[in-house]
Design a protein around this ligand. Structure first.
Ligand SMILES: Nc1ncnc2c1ncn2[C@@H]1O[C@H](COP(=O)(O)OP(=O)(O)OP(=O)(O)O)[C@@H](O)[C@H]1O
Ligand SMILES: [Mg+2]
Length: 245
C-alpha cells in the first residue's frame, strides 16, 4: 500500500498540491485525472519521491519515505520506474544502451545488463530495434524503449505521466494494451496520470480526481462516470467529447 497523508507542496507560496490524502493498493492500476495545471505531475513527483513534500507523510507499506536520507531513498527509488509524455530518452545512445542506462548506474555487471536488456526489449516488442538510433523510431516505439528502461531494475511501481498524450489514437491503444499486459504479467502497481478519459476507462481500477491541488473525488472508475459525477469530472468529460467531435 502506498499512502499519502496531508501531503502539501508549494512553489513560491502557491500550493501546487494541497493536503492530499491518498491510498493506493499494491498491484492496482490507479488513475489520477485533472485539468492542465491541476497538480498531477507534482503529485506524481511527490509519490515517487523525486521531490519531497513541504508537509505531510508518504508511506510505502510500513516504511515512511519522505523523511529518509538520500542514500536510503535510493533503495526505494530503484523499486520505481517512470515514463513521461516526451519519453525522456538519451538521444546520443541507441535503443539497447538507453535501456541499459539505469542498470549501469545501479552497478550491474556487463553480462547481466546484456541479458536483462535483451529480455526487456523482447517483453515490450522491439527486440529487432536493439541497435537502432532513437531518431529512426516512431513515437510508439520510443515509448516502448522508455517502458523497458523504466522496468529494467524490476520495479514494484510504474508511474506514467501522460505517457500516451503525444501519441495518435492507434498507438495510444497499443501502448495501453502493453501496460495492461505488463501489469498482469509482472504484478506491479501502476499509477497513471492523465487528462484523457479513455486512458482511465481502459486501464484503471480506481481513480482520484485532482483540481487546484486537491483531491475532489475518488472511487471506482464506474462510479466516476455515473450521473453523480462531480463538476470537475463532468467538465473533463465535456472537454473530451468536444474534442472527439
Ligand atoms: N517546479 C515548479 N516551480 C514552480 N511552479 C511549479 C513547479 N511545478 C509545478 N508548478 C506549478 O504547480 C501547478 C501544478 O503543476 P503540475 O505540473 O503539477 O500540473 P499538471 O496537472 O501536471 O498539469 P499538465 O496537465 O499541464 O501537465 C502549476 O500551476 C504549475 O505552474
Ligand atoms: Mg503534468
Amino acid at each position: 500500500m502506498i499512502s499519502l497523508k496531508g501531503v502539501t507542496k508549494s512553489y513560491g507560496g502557491f500550493k501546487a498540491v494541497d493536503a492530499v490524502d491518498l491510498e493506493v493498493s499494491d498491484g492496482s492500476v490507479f488513475g489520477i485525472i485533472g485539468k492542465s495545471g491541476a497538480g498531477k505531475s507534482t503529485l506524481l513527483r511527490l509519490m515517487s519521491l523525486l521531490e519531497r513534500p513541504d508537509s505531510g507523510e508518504i508511506h510505502y507499506g510500513s516504511e515512511r519515505l519522505d523523511t529518509l536520507n538520500e542514500r536510503d531513498l535510493l533503495f526505494w527509488r530503484r523499486k520505481m520506474g517512470t515514463i513521461f509524455q516526451n519519453f525522456n530518452l538519451l538521444s546520443s545512445r541507441n535503443v539497447r544502451d538507453n535501456v541499459a542506462y539505469p542498470l549501469e548506474i545501479a552497478g550491474w555487471s556487463k553480462h547481466d545488463i546484456t541479458a536483462r536488456v535483451a529480455a526487456l526489449l523482447e517483453l515490450v516488442g522491439i527486440a529487432d530495434k536493439s541497435a537502432e538510433r532513437l531518431r529512426t523510431l516512431s513515437g510508439g516505439q520510443k515509448q516502448r524503449v522508455a517502458i523497458a528502461r523504466a522496468l529494467a531494475a524490476h520495479p514494484k511501481v510504474l508511474f506514467c505521466d501522460e505517457a500516451t498524450s503525444a501519441l495518435d489514437p492507434q498507438t495510444t491503444h497499443s501502448i495501453l494494451k502493453l501496460i495492461q499486459e505488463l501489469h498482469e504479467r509482472l504484478r506491479i502497481t501502476v499509477i497513471v496520470v492523465t487528462h484523457q478519459m479513455d486512458v482511465l476507462r481502459t486501464l484503471c481500477h480506481e481513480v482520484a480526481v485532482i483540481s487546484g491541488g486537491r483531491i475532489v473525488e475518488q472511487g471506482g472508475v464506474k462510479t466516476l462516470f455515473s450521473s453523480s459525477a462531480s463538476i470537475v469530472v463532468k467538465e473533463l468529460l465535456a472537454l473530451h467529447e468536444a474534442r472527439d467531435e
